[in-house]
Design a protein around this ligand. Structure first.
Ligand code: P6P
Length: 347
């Protein structure tokens, strides 16, 4: 093995080391952010272990539904949803670095008691795509991190910040392998859990999304409810007018993490548009749209709502929804141009 390969093989760049290296570029940092991220990583390791037990042992059928519990979305929760949420909340509170938590599973925001309070806000979906638990499709955790204005007097206003003010965002995908994709504001890196070490190892340094892709990803089952622009864009994907090859449709559905991860690595566009049935789309702004849009922009891609840059949106409620078109910049710009042309024609 040559020296470079040997050096890389023995370098053991774990996520902890990587984050510490990045934080060392900020002389003012006191290590709080690294401690917070370590607690998020701990939560991901737990969920990864629990999900693997389900996938491997087919325990899913024993898990079934958690009785009649229903979460704020009116969907039925599976026990792993409940467990994952509890593990993340406990890990984040015990980190002593958070002051407000917003979870997809909790109707209200959690305000951490003063004695355990830090200056970070974490918004997260502890187990996105949980309806896939029983069929083995990759599911994931999505998170975003803000800093609070005044940790001694945190308010809900502190949470309702545009996504562009996030300090970090990421997701952890639980599938054939456990992959954590993270940005702390200077690019995107991917880490894969090495079960023999119990560490997330840097496997995808400096991820950049291709400028243009060959895949479009949308739930075509909603086509009858789409607006004209979305319909026209999808038509162009299938029957390009410029003589190029049609794009391929890839849609895992009910697992945003899996669809976005493929888009990030292979390029193309993922979209959950507004439609007549869901005028604000289906995806949650704070803990689905913002973190994934942040990652896309950090990887050289774009994220658009149909009206504006997704990260510029100002949330009014912690569980509000937003349409989103995200992915390769050329592909997102194509749909932006169609919306602009439609707006001009309507004037
Ligand atoms: P549909 C999961 O419920 C989720 O919120 C996202 O993970 C996923 O992208 C979307 O819904 C899929 O929705 O309507 O296509 O099943």
């Amino acid at each position: 093995m040559d020296h470079a390969a040997e050096a890389q093989r023995t370098d053991l760049m774990t996520i902890t080391r990587h984050v510490l290296n990045e934080q060392s570029k900020h002389p003012e940092s006191r290590g709080d952010f690294s401690i917070l991220l370590n607690h998020i990583v701990l939560g991901c390791k737990f969920v990864c272990s629990a999900v693997n037990k389900l996938f491997q042992a087919g325990l899913a059928k024993l898990i079934g539904l958690a009785g009649e519990i229903t979460n704020v979305q009116g969907e039925q929760q599976k026990k792993l949803d409940v467990l994952s949420n509890q593990v993340f909340v406990k890990a984040l509170v015990s980190s002593g670095r958070t002051c407000i938590l917003v979870s997809e599973e909790d109707e209200e925001a959690t305000f951490v008691e003063p004695s355990k309070r830090g200056r970070y806000i974490v918004v997260f979906d502890p187990l996105d795509g949980s309806s896939n638990i029983d069929c083995g499709v990759s599911i994931g955790t999505i998170f975003g991190i803000y800093v609070v204005k005044n940790k001694d007097d945190p308010t809900l206003e502190d949470v309702l910040q545009p996504g562009k003010y996030m300090l970090a965002a990421g997701y952890c995908m639980y599938g054939s392998s456990c992959t954590l994709v993270l940005s702390t504001g200077s690019g995107v890196n991917g880490f894969t859990l090495d079960p023999s070490l119990g560490e997330f190892m840097l496997t995808h340094p400096d991820i950049k999304i291709p400028k243009k892709g060959k895949i479009y990803s949308v739930n075509e089952g909603n086509a009858k409810n789409w607006d004209d622009v979305t319909s026209k864009y999808v038509e162009n994907c299938k029957f390009p007018k410029d003589g190029s090859s049609p794009k391929s449709l890839r849609y895992i559905g009910s697992s945003m993490v899996a669809d976005v991860h493929r888009t990030l690595l292979y390029g193309g566009i993922f979209m959950y548009p507004a439609d007549k049935k869901t005028p604000n789309g289906k995806l949650r702004l704070l803990y689905e749209v913002f973190p994934m849009s942040y990652l896309m922009e950090q990887a050289g891609g774009e994220a658009f709502t149909g009206k504006q840059r997704a990260l510029d949106l100002v949330p009014k409620k912690i569980h509000e929804r937003s349409p989103v078109f995200l992915g390769s910049s050329d592909d997102v710009q194509e749909i932006k141009a169609l919306y602009a042309a439609a707006a001009a024609a309507a004037e």
